[in-house]
Design a protein around this ligand. Structure first.
Ligand code: ATP
Length: 479
């Protein structure tokens, strides 16, 4: 029921999931900070991924490589040559422009001429420009459709839109000379490839095996106005699976299927997920086959995860550029080969946004609207809210006692402020699956103390003895 991101953006800010970076200074474009609830949600998603990829697979190990890498890495990977911004050339003046800027300027001009409707329509198109794969074509189309002319020559005689570099460069070391330039990594994958041999030599793995990693990546994105969908600093979770050539096509299919299933297993609604293979002419330079796992975001079907058959491209390149042997000796069959790589690559921020969008509901309750995040209880930033009905010692003491007992196993929050109804609403908006209320009926009746537990999804309530609480909550968190 969401047709844009506005409601998610305001809930995220109001409840403390996600803030704009440096907001008190007016913000920094396409950079975001996670607040108290957001950091827990993101951590839970990251942990769930890690558990799935490493603990559930005895042949996948982890690494945590540095963000800074040797500059040669990005030559070998092909990023220095071809990882880029969309530029367009005016054939007459031979001047080069950034295609998106050109469109922005045109929109501004329309606005100053009071042509707001037209400006808005183009702005909307610009904001929903496609993924990197179709970005150049989308921008070109806008320029052509609106007959946008070159600012200097006034000509309408454009080349195609082509891509220029998206990597952030910074200085390394004390001298700050050009030679000391290093890039902030635009993907985590290369940290895995350069450690391939280290892992092979130390981790007692045999092909097929995988290496998983989570970490920050940086891209100077051009169209970056879609909240945490497209950021300039973001987090990736990648796994490179090294396989014997010839088995790569099967492994690719297997991982595509597995990864799609995982998203469903995490509670994302099936009808909002699909896979989309890349047509052959849109494949990246390193890929033999590639597919997106897409989610139906409020901004349309978009990639949340990519599965790629990278062949032996990366290992071969790094072997050539480093001069170090990066092949594999298969003891059993006594043969030597360079493994092929199947990659699964998912953006943690896009996943977080997906979880928020998929969980978001507005429901009519007694003539009021209740906003609730119906997410997988395991991912919820707070799993259990604990409330004394009113501020009386007897209730507060028991509530604190319960808090202490549960906090070793669940993430809990004690709250005694405001009416019970308000406290439930707050927790509904935070996605808290269970709320426990301590009242006089429960502590003053005969026998064992009892409390009420209230379930987020259907708002039903049960009276439960205090000694059974963790069991009841554990049951409610089962897959
Ligand atoms: P797109 O085509 O949407 O730009 P991509 O094909 O460039 O994405 P990959 O290079 O395959 O993306 O990166 C793998 C994953 O990393 C993506 O599926 C996405 O979840 C995430 N990702 C990539 N770029 C960004 C970004 N700027 N902000 C947030 N997440 C990103």
């Amino acid at each position: 029921n969401l047709d844009n991101l506005d409601k998610i953006v305001s809930l995220a800010k109001a409840r403390g999931f996600i803030f704009q970076s440096s907001e008190i200074y007016g913000g920094l474009s396409a950079v975001y900070d996670y607040g108290p609830l957001g950091v827990e949600l993101k951590r839970n998603i990251r942990d769930a991924w890690w558990k799935e990829m490493t603990r559930r697979h005895d042949n996948i190990v982890g690494v945590d490589a540095a963000i800074f890498m040797h500059p040669k890495v990005w030559e070998a990977s092909g990023h220095v040559g071809g990882f880029n911004d969309p530029m367009i050339d005016d054939k007459q003046s031979k001047k080069r422009y950034r295609a998106d800027m050109l469109i922005e300027q045109y929109i501004e001009k329309l606005r100053s001429d009071d042509k707001h409707e037209e400006a808005n329509a183009i702005q909307e198109k610009l904001d929903t420009c496609g993924s990197r794969k179709s970005l150049t074509e989308d921008l070109y189309e806008i320029i052509m459709e609106n007959e946008i002319r070159a600012p200097e020559s006034g000509a309408f005689d454009w080349t195609e839109v082509r891509q220029f570099n998206l990597m952030f460069k910074t200085q390394f070391g004390a001298t700050g000379s050009e030679d000391d330039g290093v890039y902030l990594r635009p993907e985590t994958a290369q940290g895995i490839f350069v450690n391939y041999k280290n892992v092979l030599d130390t981790a007692r793995v045999t092909v097929p095996f995988g290496i998983a990693q989570t970490g920050k990546a940086f891209r100077n994105e051009v169209v970056a106005r879609q909240f945490v969908f497209r950021m300039r600093e973001f987090e990736q979770m990648e796994m490179q699976y090294f396989v014997k050539p010839g088995t790569d096509e099967d492994e690719y299919e297997k991982w595509l299927e597995k990864r799609l299933e995982w998203h469903k297993f995490m509670g994302i609604r099936e009808e909002n997920l699909r896979t989309a293979p890349h047509p052959e002419d849109k494949l990246a330079h390193y890929a033999r086959a590639a597919a997106d796992i897409q989610y139906k975001y409020p901004i349309g079907w978009q990639e949340v995860e990519g599965i790629h058959n990278r062949t032996d491209f990366d290992l071969t390149q790094h072997q050539e550029f480093s001069g170090k042997k990066l092949d594999y000796y298969d003891q059993k069959n006594q043969e030597r080969f360079t493994p092929y790589v199947i990659e699964t690559s998912v953006g943690l921020d896009r996943l977080t946004l997906m979880v928020l969008c998929d969980a978001y509901r507005e429901e009519e309750v007694d003539g009021d609207t209740r906003t609730v995040l119906k997410m997988n209880p395991k991912l919820a930033p707070t799993q259990v809210g604990i409330f004394p009905l009113i501020k009386k010692d007897k209730l507060q003491d028991l509530a604190h006692k319960i808090e202490k007992e549960l906090l070793e196993e669940f993430s809990v929050l004690y709250d005694e402020s405001g009416s019970i109804g308000k406290r439930y609403r707050r927790q509904d908006e935070a996605g808290t699956p269970f709320c426990i209320t301590v009242d006089f009926d429960g502590v003053e009746s005969e026998g064992e103390d009892t409390v009420t537990i209230r379930y987020r999804d259907d708002m039903s309530q049960d009276r439960v003895p205090v000694s059974r609480l963790s069991e009841v909550i554990r049951d409610g968190m089962k897959d």
